[in-house]
Design a protein. Structure first.
Length: 399
């Protein structure tokens, strides 16, 4: 049995050399002859084309390399180590140190790392021990302090597309016309403008509440209200509002829209309940303004701004509706009768004035008589029947 072992390492490969399951060094590219009479030497060949060194004994490999660097000793080959114990001076070249061909990243609990391969983002590393090969590919590792819960980076949009990023980051997007109220461990931090944001998982309890800043409407419908004169009616009102202070809107109440809805209900009952039905129906605009003033004061405490308050519908009970129709009909009939009487009085007054004028002016009376005869003659044949002499003379004189 030959005491030597032949190993060939390609230009893009490296050999992990173990003796008695202990890591002793690296074999670089080339042909190597290892003295191994006891068959305790094992070489694992890995490719440097995959920049990451993934091994179940990575911690042992890293620790061994660190120990050698700490005591200042140069790594020795398996042949040297075994030969020195059994057969004298070593005959093989020394093994390479891990630090010469790989870079070790040891991330603590509060650290994360961004990995860029060939200047393209690859993935995010959570806490742990990692090693990557140098020389074969351009690998860049950017260590980030995760104690800053909010993750900010110039290439955030590229980073959050990675699946590994979503495993260690909470990613949220604040849409257009919205803002995000950021709370960290229950404490208000800031109000976020539209955009994309990321927060490290496990670093803190970060929560973003998205608020729509556009105008919105609260439909206060089906409200049963009794007026001051004991008339029950149903009302539908509409409140137009918008949020002007997002932090106050989410901090002062659990649901700002529902609170505004309840405040409008109470304002409707307070304002309309203090008026009689006729007064309310006669000036609904004034009622709307009074309701708006009452709601606006409360809305300001909720971080809201009331744009307008309007009464959309007023629905009376069936019997009240019939009664109102009858009242309206009676009022209209009385108004029509009054107008007719006024017109008759005006006509009679005009006739009396005309008669007085004709009596005072005989010539005007003769002209009036001629106009009447002209109209009669124009409409048809005129037959004059003469009776007694006095009548005939008067007609002749008239003609």
């Amino acid at each position: 049995m030959f005491p030597y072992k032949q190993v060939k390492i390609k230009s893009y490969e490296v050999g992990l050399c173990f003796r008695d399951r202990e890591f002793v060094g690296l074999l670089v590219a080339g042909r190597h002859r290892l003295f191994d009479p006891m068959h305790k030497v094992r070489v694992e060949i890995v490719s440097k084309r995959d920049p990451w060194l993934v091994h179940d004994k990575l911690d042992v490999i890293v620790k061994s390399a660190r120990d050698r660097a700490a005591d200042g000793s140069e790594p020795r080959s398996v042949a040297q180590r075994v030969g020195e114990l059994l057969f004298g001076p070593p005959i093989d070249p020394p093994l390479a140190a891990l630090s010469d061909h790989a870079e070790v990243v040891d991330l603590k609990d509060h650290q994360r790392a961004l990995v860029w391969i060939e200047r393209r983002f690859s993935h995010v590393l959570p806490p742990g021990l990692y090693a990557y090969w140098t020389g074969q590919k351009d690998v860049k590792v950017e260590v980030i302090d995760a104690r800053n819960v909010r993750f900010e980076h110039d290439d955030l949009k590229v980073i959050v597309q990675s699946q590994t990023a979503r495993q260690v980051l909470d990613i949220c997007t604040v849409e257009r016309s919205h803002v995000g109220v950021l709370f960290q461990d229950g404490n208000y931090v800031e109000t976020l403008s539209p955009g994309q944001y990321a927060f490290w998982k496990g670093a803190a309890d970060a929560r973003v509440i998205e608020i729509d800043m556009r105008e919105a409407m609260a439909d206060v419908s089906g409200q049963e209200i009794m007026t001051a004169d004991k008339v029950s009616l149903r009302m539908n009102a509409l409140v137009t509002y918008r949020i002007v202070d997002a932090h106050q809107a989410v901090s002062s109440t659990d649901d700002a829209r529902q609170t505004l809805y309840r405040e409008t209900q109470l304002a409707l009952r307070a304002v309309i309940g203090a008026r009689e039905l006729d007064a309310f129906l006669a000036d609904k605009d004034a009622v709307s303004q009074e309701i708006e003033q009452a709601v606006r004061r409360r809305a300001g405490e909720l971080g809201l701004e009331v744009v307008s308050v309007g009464i959309r519908d007023v629905i009376l009970p069936g019997e009240m509706k019939d009664l109102m129709n009858k009242v309206t009909q009676a009022k209209k009939a009385a108004e029509a009768n009054l107008i007719a009487r006024r017109e008759e009085t005006a006509a009679m007054r005009s006739q009396a004035n005309t008669a007085k004028l004709l009596a005072d002016n005989p010539t005007l009376m003769r002209l009036r008589e001629l106009e009447v005869l002209e109209k009669v003659a124009t409409d048809g044949k005129l037959n004059v029947v003469l009776g007694e002499k006095g009548l005939a003379d008067r007609v002749v004189n008239l003609l």
